[in-house]
Design a protein around this ligand. Sequence first.
Ligand code: ADP
Ligand code: MG
Ligand code: MG
Length: 913
Amino acid sequence: MSQLAKCVYRFGRDASGFDVTEGSASMNALLGGKGANLAEMCRIGLPVPPGFTVSCSVCTKFTKGELGWSDIEDDVWSALSDLEERMGKKLGDSSDPLLVSVRSGAPISMPGMMDTILNLGMNDQSVLGIIDQTQNERFGWDSYRRFIQMFSNVVMGIDSDLFENILTKKKLKRGVKDDSQLCVEDLKDVVARFKEIFEEQVDAQVHPEVLVDGKVSFPQDPRLQLQLAIRAVFASWNNSRARLYRKRNEISDDLGTAVNVQAMVFGNKGNTSATGVAFTRNPANGDKAFYGDFLINAQGEDVVAGIRNTQSLDELSGIEEFKHVSKELEEIFVLLENHYRDMCDIEYTIEQGKLWMLQTRVGKRTAQAALKIAMDMCEEGLISKHEAIMRVDPTQIDQLLHPQINPDAQIDVLCRGLNASPGAAVGEVVFSSDDAVAKAAEGIPCILVRWETNPDDLKGMIAAQGILTSHGGKTSHAAVIARGMGKPCVCGCEALKIDAASKTVKVKGTCVEIHEGDIVSIDGTDGIVVLGQVDLIQPKVCGDLETFLSWADDVRHDEKLGHTIGVRVNADNPQDAQLALEFGAEAIGLCRTEHMFLGKRKQIIQNFILGESDDVKEQALSDLLKVQIDDFYQMFKIMDGKDVIVRLLDPPLHEFVDDPRELAVEIARLETEGAEEEIIKKKTARLHVIDALSEVNPMLGLRGCRLAIVHPELLDMQVYALAGAMARLIKDGFDPHPEIMIPLVSIDQELKLLRERCEKIIAQVEAEFGVALSIPIGTMIELPRACVCSADIAQHADFFSFGTNDLTQTTFGFSRDDVESAFVPTYLRQGFLQKNPFETLDKGVNELIKLAISGGRSTKPGLTVGVCGETGGDPASINTFYADQVSYVSCSPYRVPIARLSAAQAKLRSLDK
Ligand code: ADP
Ligand code: MG
Ligand code: MG
């Protein structure tokens, strides 16, 4: 391998204090985030325990079977010898041994998803060496038992609970609460028991490498320990929870993880030692304040695992032994923030008063925090306005629009915990991830209630509406993962006494007992728990978000930076239109009219469709006209001064009539009951008409503009209502801007004919009302033929609007409702599709769109082209639409803020290129 490519990179100092670091933050893809940032911290002079990183590309090749251990062995052993030389200690030495951690670290942070082993190098000999060096017998045995436990779990896959149970039993026997209260004899005994578990659990056939004299035994050779650990970390890249996490976060399976081998430092050497995690700003709300938890006399994972209750970082400076370290830490926080120009997440350990930095990365945060930090840092001059805009993930904005408890609601707070991840949720209590998954499958919202979550709970956290824990701080597993997912979470709610086995919770200080299936509400913004269902409301865009989006709008409208992409809304009723205006929509890009025919009005349209005589049909049309005029009047009034694109009736007519199967059943019933001949005859006639309407492929049948060509009186009615509403509004002193959009055109003649018909009606209304009406008439482009023949179609169109839902269906020949469950998931899994094409614009569909735009604009330069399908609110698709020179996107009301930000980011991104 050495000849092929460098696979190991050193970091930290040599024996004479000289920095020998080979990596840097820019080598993230090769060294993983942890490795690259450890190297970077060494470069800027921070105290980091020395070590080396085996690169991610080795992992990738290992996984694919292109490399084996023998190919990298030499490089690893020479890096180890070098580390031993730098530290002046040897792995496994019986008088002064080196111990190392073996840490995973991928290019994109996947907290808690892969594995880490601490204290590697411990064996029956070196434990004595450690004790000799530290003069601390307890520490020696405690470190050894931790190593056996982690090694057994990570390398051999032995259930950690087997080990925890032994510790718990020991503690019970001694009548003590914490591990730290166990004495030397206890720990020696624990080590012996742990080794027995190893011997019992490891399958000799699967792991012949740990056989001694034909018997499984805990490996004493530190090099064998290291080899097995490195390979296990590589393998952890493909464990099921890591795979699930990647899938959910759209992280490629090809990146691989690096392995960091690093000299150990010890936070568990007594009361002048500690270990902690910190953020340079508050990751929950963005406040500019150092934030974190620590534990005295503890190691590594203890803080995040919620094993003991942590202390808040603020308390560190108040403890005499840690005063100086606290000051040093704060200086480092500032240094790191300035260096990375972003909020950093930090892991550190204090060993007998000396501070060591173990990890840093740009910290994960809630949407609220992302927004505040970006805006604050811009104000502080640390980043530019454009950078600030790029710092907030548009999909995260969604979190800010999450439900909250109605402030007017009367609520009785049952108990309080930490406000770990914002938003409110209501659901049935479940106590395990499997139960959460089962509830979700039944469509029942649930709240996952746990003592603390662990990485195996990921699936349950995905399935639940919210997460509630009784233990752990704001940096605990539950808190970090929930924030990343944007799920409401209340953690560390100590009043809850959870008994997962009997599926009940008692609440301290009350006589309340909650059982599985009971409803609770949680609010992760305030950290409260309420018994029963509370009223939730949707928040408005206000405060920080409004200001931030106005920055985004400034960029979006700045013609010097590039063309402006408008943001419109798909709204069919006045309420949605009003909401969308509050969210900053500039116009209505799609107003569907079929929704106006539902409810009570269904009867009227049925009379039109099924009416036996012309009189009945005419009466139905005139009834429809009356209600439609009013519908349009209200819509155009709310959108005063703004465009409203109205799409003429689109769906196949049989969507409005009764289900023929139900009708047939009813007729059969009437017949057996001996109902009147006349009634049965009438129903049967109706059934025949409905049957005649049925189509084999309705989505490709009589719908869209084809309806208007076969039933022109429908179009006449709709256009008359639209123009009539406009005329009345003008007379009432308003400024209405309706436009007419004709759906599903594939042949230019269709549009030509229908346009002429619309213009005739508009002229008629103008004459009747005595007002001039200017109403642009355009078409939806949603069929491949329309894309290909767009130059012809544009002759008759004042605008185009891409209906990407139908265009995606017809381009792929996928029937959306059928394929989304039938095989799209399989295609995604197999990698045929990277994303669901109904959510994110597909490459092939985009080619058609580009063709259509260039054709349309070759006929009419500057032709307005919009997008009104699902993809109009998707950040990645908006990026593509910007490049396509689309004039605007139109999406559902809640996505309007996301689209505003995405459109600004698309422009800024295009400047970078
Ligand atoms: P994760 O990616 O899950 O955070 P880490 O590799 O950061 O895993 O390790 C887990 C814990 O072990 C961390 O809290 C870290 O501080 C601690 N740790 C890792 N390496 C060392 C070391 N060399 N000395 C002391 N503690 C360590
Ligand atoms: Mg961890
Ligand atoms: Mg870590």
